[in-house]
Design a binder for this molecule. Structure first.
Ligand code: M6R
Length: 608
């Protein structure tokens, strides 16, 4: 987690760095800090809490002189979120300032070694050892000091380095944490994410693990951890700064919910040509396909729930065993994976540490890796054999919405594509399913339009402490995502249960007035769901039901009803999550929560 930025040029650095940090605040918001270099040396300011505290302290950056500098927004791992533990960290002699995203695993041994040499530490962070090492190794050759320092580090890091003796120069180093160089004219940048730099440039260099970037206003030099210079391609991005701004909405989350029809359109439209699904980016030959006898899907959080939708749909259509496994579990469970396994990795950021580890584990066992990723050039995209990008555009709110629905849309499309190639779908059925997929953008728009009263429902339910979600089959997969949305932004306790499991224990928690959100969109199991709804009603629950448009039966049991538009039943997960996203949003709003930056969370979970 954490976000880092760096700048060198002829403008004042601190306002540019501050602006970049604001774009990265989704990565962590426990504290923030900036160090800038001017004629009198390194000047630094830090503040615990959100970036607005730092902003106030440095008058929007104007109070910090200097034309090059580094900045950091923190999601605390080692040490509480205090001013002392905030980055940048300074070396004892004041020669170096450093920002870091990641975890230095061998920091304790390095710290002892440095203390024995007389170094004193001011923070409890793992990071501070790095800046002290730099000062120890520096003898006038910055590159040599950086190489020696990174050679001592174990773990994950994206580093930003400023040296008091090297005006106009900033260094960035990457190992298992995202880091991108922004190439400008007479000024250059680095950052954890392109959103931090896109206001200034559209040209980027994606660093690989072990690479180091040496930036001056007119030059970017990339070298390996052995000090050898490497030529790197420059990637030009196509979206602009407006895509990463709120555009009149109160919150990024609401803006991103409303963007879903377009995000899904961008994801599926280019991939359906003359009635055929064309996945140019998935280079699976017929011979490869014959070799696959199992599909595994792995991911974390909402991406895992999108994968759970994929499990139901792919298995049903392709008749191949499909497992969906949390990446944090898969990586340690000695999985039965080999060259006959297709591993589908799902990630919005493409940087989630557990997902990357699970992917590497399966790759080492011979699996073929297909990644479904939103961020172009991210680690997961680069490690995979094939990539299907979800063209959702930048997602800023910590709680994913368009990231998730574009993943689900790709899962549905992938299921139909694979089933067709496996000969499981005749022409008519294939054409019907492709046509349904083409309707996804309007389906999702209708799911938004059908529910103007979600805010009213949120006002009714927001002050309950425990809310249950129940559903069966694909409705259950949507329950898990709906429940996660609610808990992560509104802080209400909420659980999702497969409705058939209720009587095996959970029903003990149902009591007078307990809200139960019952998803009963899957018509084949509607009667079963009605029985479950009756069971919880009999115990006093208030039921908010989500059903297909036109369903009248539900009024006999439910206290409140949300309708979703009809589609092919296998694709219900897409429209049914929309009202649940809106419900979570408005409940969080009623509760006065910081919707875009929920407490304790970060957008991109780059630590284990
Ligand atoms: O970037 P990823 O899709 O790999 O992230 C996975 C999870 O961390 C993410 O979905 C998380 O659960 C979100 N906060 C959900 O809104």
């Amino acid at each position: 987690m954490c976000g880092i930025v760096g700048f060198t040029g002829s403008q004042q650095a601190a306002p540019i760095l501050l602006d970049g940090l604001k774009k990265l605040e989704y990565r962590g918001y426990d504290s923030a800090g900036i160090a800038a270099l001017c004629d009198s040396g390194i000047h630094m300011e830090k503040a615990s809490g959100k970036i607005k505290n730092l902003d106030a302290k440095i008058d929007g950056g104007k109070a910090l002189e200097g034309n090059c500098g580094i900045g950091h927004t923190r999601w605390a791992t080692h040490g509480a979120p205090t001013d002392e533990n905030a980055h940048p960290h300074l070396s004892n002699g004041g020669d170096f300032a450093l920002v870091h995203n990641g975890i230095i695993e061998n920091y304790a041994a390095l710290r002892e070694e440095l203390i024995a040499k007389g170094v004193t530490f001011k923070s409890e962070t793992d990071t501070e050892v790095v800046v002290q090492l730099l000062e120890q190794y520096y003898d006038g050759d910055l590159k040599a000091a950086v190489l020696k320092t990174v050679g001592r580090l174990e773990g994950a890091y994206a580093l930003g380095i400023l040296c008091a003796h090297e005006p106009g120069r900033v260094i960035a180093a990457r190992q298992a944490a995202p880091l991108i160089v922004g190439v400008g004219v007479g000024e250059n940048y680095f950052g954890s994410d392109v959103t931090a730099m896109v206001a200034h440039t559209k040209n980027f260099i994606y660093l690989e693990d072990g690479e180091i970037a040496d930036l001056t206003p007119d030059k970017v030099t990339i070298y390996t951890d052995l000090g050898e210079e490497v030529e790197k391609p420059i990637t030009r991005i196509t979206w602009d700064v407006a895509a990463a701004e709120k555009g009149g909405y109160d919150h990024f989350m609401l803006k991103e919910i409303m963007e879903q029809p377009n995000a899904i359109k961008s994801t599926i439209e280019p991939r359906i040509q003359n009635g055929e699904i064309v996945l140019d980016d998935f280079h699976l030959t017929d011979e490869d396909l014959k070799q696959i006898n199992k599909i595994m899907i792995t991911a974390c959080g909402s991406a895992f729930y999108a994968g759970s939708v994929g499990k139901y749909v792919i298995e049903r259509l392709c008749r191949i065993p499909v497992e969906a496994d949390l990446a944090s579990e898969l990586r340690y469970r000695d999985p039965l994976v080999d060259e006959h396994t297709l591993l589908v990795v799902v990630s919005q950021s493409g940087e989630t540490a557990d997902t990357i580890a699970a992917m590497k584990e399966c790759k080492a066992r011979g699996a073929r890796i297909l990644a479904i990723v939103n961020v172009v050039g991210s680690t997961i995209a680069r490690l995979a054999d094939d990539v299907i990008y979800t063209w959702a555009g930048p997602e800023i709110a910590v709680a994913t919405t368009k990231g998730y629905t574009t993943q689900v849309a790709v899962m549905d499309m992938l299921a139909v594509y694979l089933a067709r190639r496996l000969g499981r779908l005749d022409d008519a059925e294939y054409a019907r399913l492709v046509d349904e997929i083409q309707q996804f953008p309007s389906l999702v728009q209708r799911a938004i339009d059908l529910n103007p009263n979600i805010q009213g429902l949120a006002k009714k339910y927001y002050n309950h402490n425990n809310i249950f979600f129940i559903g069966r089959n694909l409705d259950y997969a949507a329950c898990m995502e709906g429940s996660l949305k609610l808990k992560e932004i509104s802080y209400l306790h909420s659980e999702a249960y497969a409705a058939g499991e209720l009587k095996h224990g959970t029903i003990a928690l149902i009591e007078e007035d307990r809200p139960v959100i019952a998803l009963a969109c899957y018509e084949a199991l509607f009667d079963k769901m009605m029985s479950n709804i009756k069971e919880v009603k009999a115990r006093g629950a208030q039921v908010l039901a989500v059903v297909l448009e036109g369903n009248r039966q539900i009024f006999a049991e439910a206290d409140d009803v949300i309708f979703i538009p009809k589609t092919e039943p296998m694709f219900n997960s897409l429209p049914e999550i929309i009202p649940l996203q809106l419900f979570a949003y408005y409940v969080a709003r009623e509760n006065g929560c910081d919707i875009d930056k929920p407490k304790n969370l970060a957008k991109s979970v780059t630590v284990e």
